[in-house]
Design a protein around this ligand. Structure first.
Ligand SMILES: Cc1cc2nc3c(=O)[nH]c(=O)nc-3n(C[C@H](O)[C@H](O)[C@H](O)COP(=O)(O)O)c2cc1C
Length: 366
């Protein structure tokens, strides 16, 4: 996935961008920070009727990561369970033609309520069903885990990290969190291996940027201004990738002018070289239910990382471009498995929070 940082790489553009942003923002912008704080408010366990708990668990589910922040999920509440299903109206046919990322995102949205349920006094049992999951809830004694607390801390942090390695026990905790049913996580912390992955990221990025359909689809999910981000509650807000907010009429043509593979690849090089390591998630079967398991394992990994003050960000080009996916599997010695996700990790400053749609946009009452 590309970002708009390259738009502002040249000094002349940089000098003007913030000033333009200041004077060209749409009028009556809602308060982004206030909206974000409300979305990411703590999920305080409290005595609530079961229906209200289930609704709170769905709120936790919607805080999960999703490809392009499409929030490609629907929820339905039943007396003792939550149904989680894909929202195919929110698929990305160009970057994700087989819906792999869509079902992986669904898995992330499954793991959050699983982690949150215990804190709210329920044991959660995810049951695979056709095209989704039913999370069945059974009363238990409340117990809030560090991964539950981390739901509100986790973010995809598209910035530079501090370059420091993680300790062996920290890597072990991440590895255990990221392993699931038929899902393996390979942690690469040696610099030559990370450079190999970076080379695949760069060639995937160049291939994607050469494809007008990819760029067009990406642009439909970019939220150039605070106004756009708050109005839609979804998509990729410019500031979450370290770029200034601009109104679409200005940001969109600038993207066309300045987005280049070289500039993006320079950024990815800085990102990888400042990371402590790269995690590659790979699965044994190539099937939507398996991709849901990948999402659950990745989300546990991201929550465990957040609980340890370790940040995560995706570098998925090598798994999105089919030819590179095969190369990655061959190089890792896992031919026959599908490499699902490529995620860098390390410590570093937070970025602005991403937004979510209102709960009722994805929640259907039965
Ligand atoms: C399956 C999947 C694929 C993703 N691919 C990318 C990617 O290639 N590049 C990227 O920067 N973020 C990627 N993301 C992260 C999303 O863009 C991010 O989760 C979303 O914008 C919401 O932001 P948040 O994670 O900070 O809450 C991916 C997330 C998921 C679940």
């Amino acid at each position: 996935m590309v970002t708009r940082r390259s738009l502002f790489r040249s000094a002349s553009v940089l000098a003007g961008a913030d000033a333009l942003a200041a004077c060209a923002e749409e009028p009556a912008s809602p308060d982004y920070e206030q909206t974000a704080s409300e979305i990411w408010r703590a999920s305080a366990p409290a005595a609530r009727p079961p229906g209200a708990v289930a609704r709170e668990l769905v709120r936790c589910a919607t805080l999960a990561p999703s490809s392009h922040n499409t929030q490609c999920w629907k929820f339905r509440l039943a007396p003792r369970s939550i149904a989680i299903r894909p929202d195919f109206a929110r698929r990305c046919p160009v970057v994700d033609p087989d819906d792999h990322h869509l079902f992986t995102s669904l898995g992330c949205a499954t793991e959050n309520p699983v982690q949150a349920a215990a804190a709210h006094g329920f044991m959660a049992h995810p049951v695979p069903v056709d095209q989704g999951v039913d999370v069945v809830l059974e009363p238990t004694r409340p117990a809030a885990s560090a991964r539950f607390q981390a739901i509100m801390l986790r973010q995809s942090t598209r910035g530079e990290f501090d370059g420091r390695p993680l300790s062996a026990p920290e890597l072990t905790q991440l590895s255990q969190a990221g392993t699931g049913a038929g899902v393996h996580v390979l942690l690469l912390a040696a610099r030559p291996a990370m450079e190999q992955v970076l080379a695949l990221v760069a060639s995937g990025n160049a291939a994607q940027l050469r494809d007008p359909a990819f760029v067009h689809e990406l642009k439909t999910w970019i939220r150039f201004s605070e106004y756009e981000a708050v109005r839609t509650g979804d998509g990729l807000f410019a500031r979450c990738s370290g770029n200034p907010a601009l109104p679409r009429w200005l940001g969109s043509p600038l993207l066309d002018l300045f987005l280049t593979a070289d500039a993006e690849n320079d950024k990815y090089a800085r990102h990888v070289r400042s990371s402590a390591g790269i995690a590659v998630f790979a699965s044994e079967r190539n099937h939507p239910q398996q991709w849901i398991e990948v999402g659950r394992a990745f989300e546990r990994f991201a929550l465990q990382a957040a609980a340890m003050n370790v940040r995560t960000a995706h570098l998925n080009q090598p798994v999105e471009v089919p030819a590179l996916r095969g190369q990655l599997a061959g190089w890792l010695g896992i031919a026959g498995w599908r490499p699902d996700l490529v995620v860098r990790f390390g410590r570093g400053p937070a970025m602005p929070r991403s937004l979510r749609r209102p709960l009722d946009a994805a929640l259907q009452q039965v």
